[in-house]
Design a protein around this ligand. Structure first.
Ligand SMILES: O=C(O)c1ccccc1NCC(=O)[C@H](O)[C@H](O)COP(=O)(O)O
Length: 404
């Protein structure tokens, strides 16, 4: 029962304890929130704290009780900030235990360093994103909370009744694969990307979508992220209303169930769930939500650990193997083969999962390679969107006409 405890005070007068040695048994009144290594973050949390050493559990209880009485004046705003901070920390800890490297939100600000009259933050000491994926997710978190304020879930639920009917995304891929003998094509309407910059200056999403459909695409993927990909939900909606029949994947960085409702309202038939971003519980919940809304879910993995996590989840029909590491941008199409080898490949076949090979596919040899590895669909952006005539780009990519 002895150790060094850091106590954060909550508005509701209970206490959260961080201990460098876990208490056993844990006093029922307290939650062990995080280990000592993380007290750095605690130290920079905006909330009052103090540490005590060699303290008995009973005394901790008493101290916490007394201290929280003196803290009774905490404002609602601070209490909300504390709640968000705690939830964020819990999420990151659960995610890290599943091998997820990105943090869903920036930790509380890094400490300020003072040199004479100046103050500065050190890079990567706290709230600097570790890579582009983390930067995208942090930005998405803010963007979604702003969008939610403008269009609350209750409003979206009402708009669902007027959304265009859902089309069968998985069925379209299977049908194209059977008809052509090559993987069904999900052609991506993508103006720009963090790794490649602007791919096409004269970007007309409807024209591109129609050219893809004419070229034999089974489905389309429409980037809706504005900041990093120059996409938009207006593009998704416009393509949906343009008469294009291909089912549409809303290519977003989903961090909140609200986005799934929004995608459906805007006419999506499928959404992307990225295992490098979402913990298992989120994926399970979001898959259920997709089923409820009639949407297909393309669950994307990049490595063996993510694949194993996803294979342990019931009800997944569509798994994408991204050949691009979304943090480093490194593209290697042998990743698809690696993840489909041996026992994993067998489990995927047993479960009847359709695998989609994603990113870095440019030639008929690339398509044949991933098909040989076991994919029944491919998701392709750069190599076809950059072509003056994307319909001809599809013929070039497959080495044959897949439209007829
Ligand atoms: O494409 C990027 O640079 C990128 C960076 C960070 C996160 C995601 C990113 N791309 C999403 C994709 O995976 C691709 O758009 C998609 O698979 C098509 O890839 P490609 O055929 O190589 O354009």
């Amino acid at each position: 029962m002895e150790g060094l405890y850091v106590i954060n005070l909550r508005a509701n007068s209970s206490a959260i304890i961080s201990a460098h040695q876990f208490l056993n048994p844990i006093p029922s009144k307290f939650t062990i929130l995080r280990s000592m290594q993380q007290t750095h973050m605690l130290n920079h949390s905006p909330f009052k704290q103090f540490s005590v050493s060699s303290m008995k559990a009973q005394q901790v209880e008493i101290s916490a009780g007394l201290a929280s009485v003196s803290d009774a004046g905490i404002s609602d705003k601070d209490a909300l900030k504390l709640k968000e901070w705690e939830v964020g920390m819990f999420q990151d800890e659960i995610a890290a235990s599943q091998g997820i490297k990105i943090r869903r939100r920036p930790p509380t600000g890094p400490p300020l360093h003072y040199v004479g009259p100046f103050e500065f933050h050190l890079q990567n000491e706290g709230n600097t994103p570790r890579d582009v994926l983390e930067e995208i997710v942090w930005h998405k978190d803010i963007e979604v909370s702003q969008m939610k304020e403008r269009k609350p879930l209750s409003m979206l639920k009402k708009l669902l009744d007027n959304a265009p009917p859902v089309r069968d995304f998985v069925g379209a891929l299977k049908a194209a694969n059977s008809r052509t003998g090559v993987p069904g094509l999900i052609a991506e309407v993508k103006k720009a990307s963090p790794s490649r910059g602007v791919l096409r200056e004269d970007f007309d999403p409807i024209q591109i979508a129609k050219a893809y459909e004419k070229g034999g695409a089974a489905c389309l993927s429409v980037l809706t992220d504005e900041k990093f990909f120059q996409g938009s939900f207006e593009n998704l909606e416009a393509i949906r209303n343009s008469g294009v029949q291909c089912p549409l994947l809303c290519k977003e960085f989903v961090v909140d169930a609200w986005q799934i409702y929004y995608a459906r309202v805007k006419g999506a038939d499928a959404v992307l769930l990225i295992a490098a971003v979402l913990p298992d519980l989120d994926i399970k919940y979001m898959i259920k939500l997709c089923k409820l809304l009639g949407l297909a879910a393309l669950v994307e993995v990049h490595d063996e650990r993510e694949m194993d996590r996803v294979l342990a989840i019931q009800g997944i029909e569509l798994v994408g193997i991204n050949n691009r590491d979304l943090g480093t941008f490194k593209v290697d199409i042998s990743n698809t083969k690696k993840l489909l080898e041996g026992e994993r490949g067998e489990r995927i076949r047993e479960k009847g999962i359709i695998v989609v090979g994603e990113s870095g596919l440019f030639t008929p040899a690339d398509i044949a390679y991933v098909q040989g590895a076991g994919v029944r669909a491919v998701l392709v952006g750069e190599s076809i969107v950059k072509q003056k005539d994307p319909t001809a780009g599809i013929v070039e990519l497959f080495g044959k006409d897949i439209a007829s």
